[in-house]
Design a protein around this ligand. Structure first.
Ligand code: BG6
Length: 245
């Protein structure tokens, strides 16, 4: 794997969960608990939810889109409900909120340690002086960055709340990435996207970013390449000069 000459770029945009922090694993566990509990109780005839469903229907998308898209894969449609539905409500938003409670319990209990290789890359980019942004579908992105001690590394954070307030379409649409690049004073062609989810890589490709890096944490090299990744790595430290071994 060749390292990247980061000084060529005007902005670098990171997805968070699964790219900077291993919190994709926490999301995956919370989703599995939610969907398997729901299916067992209400649709025992349906095929159980697996990690394959996560990568195909949920990974990288805004919370309620993930609920809706997974349920649709089993032919199930629920009323949308409202964002303040309790976790017991049998609505798209109620189920999403139930999962969010489980995610936040684990976050409070275990804290977050970033991937060491991702910190190596962030340190290097800090030295190069490229403006950095986080573009995450998660409404919990700030809390996760804070817990990881990395909140101050990023000049711009476009999370699930910002997207909602500004009415930006979620990944796989490119809108949140384009907004972050613009906020950093850069155009897409001079900016880099780093993503572990097929939906996020597809968003980077749709936005015609200068470099789309797929980070394979389980989605698979082929799936990320097919979604539009220019290169795929397993570890962000490999993208730092001298860090490719
Ligand atoms: O429910 P949240 O924290 O707003 O996050 C939404 C999504 O955020 C993405 O970053 C994760 O990859 C998904 O697993 C998660 O479902």
């Amino acid at each position: 794997m060749e390292s990247v000459d980061w000084s060529r770029y005007a902005a670098v945009l990171f997805d968070l969960d699964g790219v900077i922090t291993p919190t994709a694993i926490v999301h995956m566990a919370a989703w599995s608990e939610l969907f398997n509990g729901y299916l067992a109780e209400h649709h025992p005839e349906a095929a159980p939810y697996t990690d394959r469903d996560y990568f195909a229907h949920v990974d990288g998308k805004p919370r309620y889109d993930g609920v809706r898209d997974f349920l649709a894969s089993r032919g199930i449609g629920l009323p949308e409900g409202t964002s303040d539905d309790p976790g017991t409500a049998l609505t798209v938003r109620g189920l999403g909120n139930r999962k969010n409670d489980a995610f936040n319990e684990v976050l409070a209990r275990d804290g977050v340690q970033p991937y060491p290789g991702s910190v190596v890359l962030l340190d290097h980019l800090g030295e190069v002086g490229v403006p950095l942004g986080v573009v995450s579908s998660s409404a919990n992105a700030r809390a996760v960055l804070q817990a990881a001690g990395l909140l101050d590394r990023f000049a711009v954070i476009v999370d699930g709340n910002v997207a909602h307030e500004l009415g930006l379409a979620g990944k796989p649409a490119p809108d949140t990435f384009l907004h972050a690049a613009e906020a950093l004073g850069a155009v897409a062609a001079d900016s880099v996207v780093l993503e572990d989810a097929v939906s996020g890589v597809a968003a980077g490709a749709a936005g015609h970013f200068g470099l789309v890096v797929g980070v394979d944490r389980g989605a698979g090299q082929t799936a990320l390449t097919n979604a539009g990744a220019d290169i795929v790595v397993s570890e962000l430290g490999h993208l730092v000069p001298g860090g490719e071994q």
